[in-house]
Design a protein around this ligand. Structure first.
Ligand code: HPA
Length: 247
């Protein structure tokens, strides 16, 4: 059996065709309980661990996710490589809803979320280098996996992490655009930084599910988001299957 990869599933992604689920495990960590049980699976001779970011029944909103417990649990299970799937809104006009984006940068606008493991043993504080927040090797593996299955996938862009759970105002999106952001979501931070603190390679597979506030005449409805999520999730499943086949 080769590479052990973890997938943090967001809205829409619960599994993918062909993945053989082997067992589920409820894990406890010094930071509390992760969002849900960890599922162990196998795909193309590759060991895959899956954790549902919003809980098994999708009941945990972005600002209440126990990011520390999720990441700690994955590290404890020997994970060195994480693909984080999450829904986003598009600010950049090129990023039509259902398009997959592998971003390169992050701006963090979240607040009041436990965001570091370095709060207890202050003898060991580590100032991680976060200049490049995503693991470039894993980003390139995702892009290559997309190319192999002819999936239109955007390489780059800046992810704005907002606090939620409400969507943004049009003026807030204007500001994010002025800041240089291309997509906006609520779960990318502190997840990415916590992965780096624990020395795990982490890359984001973002699926656009709506135009961000003020970027379309159409109202942002749950119905439209769910429709786009369904289509984009199929693309993500194809992408991850391609990644695992080559791992
Ligand atoms: N804003 C923030 N988070 C999101 C959005 C959005 O428009 N769409 C999906 N997640």
């Amino acid at each position: 059996m080769s590479a052990k990869i973890a997938i943090i599933g967001g809205t829409g992604l619960k599994s993918f065709p062909g993945l053989k689920m082997l067992k589920k495990e409820v894990v406890r960590t010094p930071y509390g309980t992760p969002s849900g049980p960890i599922s162990y699976g196998e795909y193309a001779d590759c060991e895959v661990i899956f954790i549902p970011r919003h809980g098994s029944a999708h009941t945990i909103p972005p600002h209440m996710i126990n990011y520390c417990a999720n990441l700690w649990a994955l590290r404890e299970k020997g994970i060195e490589c994480i693909v984080a799937v999450a829904a986003v809104g598009s600010i950049n006009a090129e990023l039509y809803p259902t398009r997959i984006v592998i971003p390169k940068q992050i701006i963090d606008y979240t607040y009041a979320r436990p965001h570091t493991f370095f709060e207890q043993d202050l003898q060991k504080v580590k100032h991680i280098d976060f200049s490049q927040p995503y693991d470039e090797t894993l980003r390139q593996r995702l892009l290559a996996a997309a190319a192999r299955v002819d999936l239109d996938c955007y390489d780059g862009g800046c992810y704005a992490a907002t606090q939620g759970p409400r969507l943004e105002t049009a003026a807030e999106i204007d500001r994010l655009e002025r800041d240089g952001c291309d997509i906006v979501g609520m779960t990318g931070m502190p997840e990415a930084a916590l992965a780096r603190e624990l020395d795990m390679a982490y890359a984001h597979c973002a699926m656009s599910v709506n135009w961000a506030a003020g970027r379309s005449q159409e109202e942002i409805t749950l119905e439209l988001i769910m429709q786009a999520t369904k289509t984009a999730t199929k693309k993500v499943q194809t992408l991850i299957a391609s990644l695992l086949q080559a791992s």
